[in-house]
Design a binder for this molecule. Structure first.
Ligand SMILES: [Zn+2]
Length: 334
């Protein structure tokens, strides 16, 4: 990506093993993330450009000499961050705070160098022609992010939840809240095809209105109290302000949309009603291990969020489609 709206597919030096803990993974499927649209709108134009992509599944082509648990030929899921899975943060599940870790940024490609392969990669017992590829790919980011939103939002049996945003993460936050036992799930989104899928994933109510009108609708649906959890899956300030207005006293605002703002209301609005503000990146390995069996046996079908597939050469078209909202989420096939 060279600047706003400027995505090019180019030949670069091949990814390769650089240190003995690396693996080289041939990408079977990658995709474009809603968070990739933030730089697509606002990055500063640059002559060098930035490599893109942090979601991928693939087949291991080669491993470094210190890699013990992953072998050539394994089909693997890579979370959007890499980590050692052994440091004090990883042991608490906080793999995105790993002292040796980092975030992937080269996955919209034919192959990716994966650092700390033993810690990072999760094997899946499927072939590269599996019909489950779209759902498996959601374990790389959008499903585990939606699940993280619900977990951080303390969603459990009987919870009431508002999900803000009808992008792939928002819809999978709905699926996750339902899976964790939420009773009422209000989805705020205004794209009918998306909110219809959200209903299939478990939304009990849909609010298409925004701003004051949207807030009034959610309060009306919740006896004037708001919901105990609000899962904010957008990342812009108005979404946070909306969250603050529809969360129940004592409740939790859990943000997983990457915030595009540094300042917002954290004063008496938050303090006066004993609210919790939480959230962040959720590339927890344990989430993949927990959710993978349900993807494999078809109990959940998160891959339904993909509604377009492009070849790697047409990745720019994929960005355009997501930006214009003609696609919800775009698969990239190398
Ligand atoms: Zn670690």
């Amino acid at each position: 990506m060279y600047g706003p709206g400027d995505v090019r597919v180019e030949d670069v030096p091949d990814a390769r093993i650089e240190v003995p803990t690396d693996a080289l993974v041939r990408v079977v499927r990658a995709c474009v993330c809603g968070s990739d649209l933030h730089p697509y709108h606002s990055m500063e134009a640059s002559a060098e450009g930035s490599t893109m992509g942090h979601e991928f599944i693939g087949v291991v082509e080669e491993v470094g000499s210190d890699v013990a648990t992953i072998r050539r030929g394994d089909f693997v899921i890579a979370p959007f961050a890499y980590f050692d899975n052994t440091c004090e943060f990883c042991r608490e599940g906080l793999t995105t705070s790993c002292v040796h870790g980092g975030f992937f940024s080269t996955a919209q490609a034919e192959a990716v160098r994966v650092p700390l392969a033993d810690g990072t990669l999760v094997k899946a017992p499927v072939g590269e022609d599996s019909a489950l590829l779209p759902s498996l790919l959601t374990l790389s980011d959008v499903l585990i992010t939606g699940h993280h939103a619900a977990v951080r939002g303390r969603v459990g049996t009987g919870s009431s939840v508002t999900v803000i945003g009808d992008g792939a993460v928002g819809l999978l936050a709905v699926l996750s809240a339902k899976r964790l036992g939420a009773e009422q799930i209000v989805l705020m989104g205004r794209h009918r095809a998306r909110t219809d899928l959200g209903r299939e994933f478990g939304a009990t109510d849909v609010v298409a209105e925004r701003g004051e009108e949207g807030i009034a609708k959610v309060l009306e649906l919740t006896g004037g109290r708001g919901t105990s959890a609000v899962l904010e899956c957008v990342g812009h300030l108005p979404a946070y302000e909306q969250a603050l207005a529809v969360v129940r006293a004592g409740g939790v605002i859990s943000r997983v949309g990457v915030p595009q703002y540094d300042q917002g209301p954290v004063g008496f609005d938050l303090f006066g009603r004993n609210l919790t503000l939480t959230g962040g990146p959720g590339a927890q390995r344990s989430y993949i291990e927990e959710l993978l069996p349900e993807v494999l046996d078809g109990r959940i079908e998160p891959g339904r969020v993909f509604d377009r597939t492009v070849d790697l050469a047409d990745t720019a078209e994929g960005y355009r489609a997501m930006d214009e909202r003609t696609a919800l989420k775009v698969l990239v096939r190398p």
